[in-house]
Ligand binder design. Sequence first.
Ligand SMILES: Cc1cc2nc3c(=O)[nH]c(=O)nc-3n(C[C@H](O)[C@H](O)[C@H](O)COP(=O)(O)OP(=O)(O)OC[C@H]3O[C@@H](n4cnc5c(N)ncnc54)[C@H](O)[C@@H]3O)c2cc1C
Length: 484
Amino acid sequence: MIGGGVAGLGIALSLARAGHRVRIVERDAAPLPESPVEAFEKWERRGTPQARHSHAFLARLRNGLAERMPDVLEALLEAGAEELRFADLLPASMTDRSPRPGDEALTMLACRRITFEWVLRRAALDEPGITFEDGTRVVGLDVEPGAPARVRGLHVRRGRVAPLETRSADLVIDAGGRRSRAPRWLEEAGVPRPAEEREACGIFYCSRFFRLRPGVSPPERDTTIGADLGYVKYAIFHGDSKIFSVTLAASPEDAPLRAVLRTRPFEAATGALPAIAAWTARAEPLGGVYGMAALDNTRRFYVGEDGPLATGFVALGDASVHTNPLYGRGCTLALVHAWALADAVAEHGVEGTALALAFEEATRRELVPWYELARRQDRDASALARLYARGEDPADEPEPDGPVDPKRFMRSLILHGLVPALRTDPDVARAFFRSFNCLVPPSDLMKDPVLLPRILACYQARQGREEPRLGPTRAEMVERLAHA
Ligand SMILES: Cc1cc2nc3c(=O)[nH]c(=O)nc-3n(C[C@H](O)[C@H](O)[C@H](O)COP(=O)(O)OP(=O)(O)OC[C@H]3O[C@@H](n4cnc5c(N)ncnc54)[C@H](O)[C@@H]3O)c2cc1C
């Protein structure tokens, strides 16, 4: 295994428990701290800089853990993670709060990424079939030429000047994350370089963690705690142990907004977002603002029309497909991918073309639809952000007798139809929650024959309805940031 992050640990546990011997080669020399509390304070995970960012853990992930790794779910709850049920997340404006069959599956996990990874690593270290070799960097692949070529193992170094060593394996799994170098290593070994699709997400991302003050409860969830103002997106992410984080994301092209990457402007921005301010007013910050940029939606193609580029090798999780972090799907999809790989290995064994083809099929079924959705949504969001930056309001009401711009109408329908319906209609809210949590394949709520009339009814009742104020206009925000 290249890499001991979420995907690497997930597949290692699944394979070891199915009787395989697994060696994880992880570049970070970062022994597991005693507890998640200590891990948050000082675990040096340079290989996963996103570990210091907000993470959502979706219902699909929580349900998969309950089914496949109940001990891991239990350990997460013992470590302070909480289950967030659909009913817990309904705003006060939702009057019909009666439970429905199937609601138990609509449960997310509130947990910090560091805690999540700590619990997975603890389980892997306790698993007899797993060897965790940290402080060891993979620098190449041991490849036997052929058609297709066959990957036989890894070239590794245990320190910068240490001699090259080889680790042989029946199957090499690349779980090296979004910046995986496996495409280059294959090429260096004489295998055609895998094709890669890459498209900018159109955002930078920044997060800050907070702890609720002793004896203080979280605010009523009477307004949404995640929203898209067009020029900025914001959300609260529930963590474990009374800790939560706030994330802001905006276009890297919007220069004045990039100020939020610094502490004082970040505070000025969150202070202007009522739903966020209600939380931060009850909490102490834990450290500063972490930023992250250069975020892409990426897909790597290791299986071509003629079959796999190499056998004995598969790419897992972010190393295969990764998407805009704002949608909060990365860890969920990484584990769904790991479980699909474990199933494919159980059916086809660890070697050969059959495994590569079966796993490719699973990747297309489980990951690619979310990747395609993220690309479409990001293109729309980037176009919108550009309009806001030019001072236009792309969801303005059209003139009564003027021509209807379909894109503008759709934005208006989302803003004045779907968004209010999510606050008042339990069926629309359930359908949205199922889709957001990857419990159903991506689908368009606006094309649902049952839901669309309800969304339209909400839209038609927009005149005279008082919408909650989600935040200032871009111009107001830019002025605040300039003062800060
Ligand atoms: C800013 C941000 C916010 C995010 N928010 C969310 C969220 O809310 N919810 C969510 O589910 N997902 C989120 N994600 C995505 C999520 O973090 C990833 O999808 C997930 O970590 C994928 O796991 P992975 O194991 O594939 O890669 P990683 O977790 O990145 O692990 C890769 C591992 O490989 C190791 N490695 C790399 N190269 C080598 C090498 N040469 N030799 C040895 N080891 C190596 C690294 O050190 C690391 O340990 C976010 C991502 C970002 C960037």
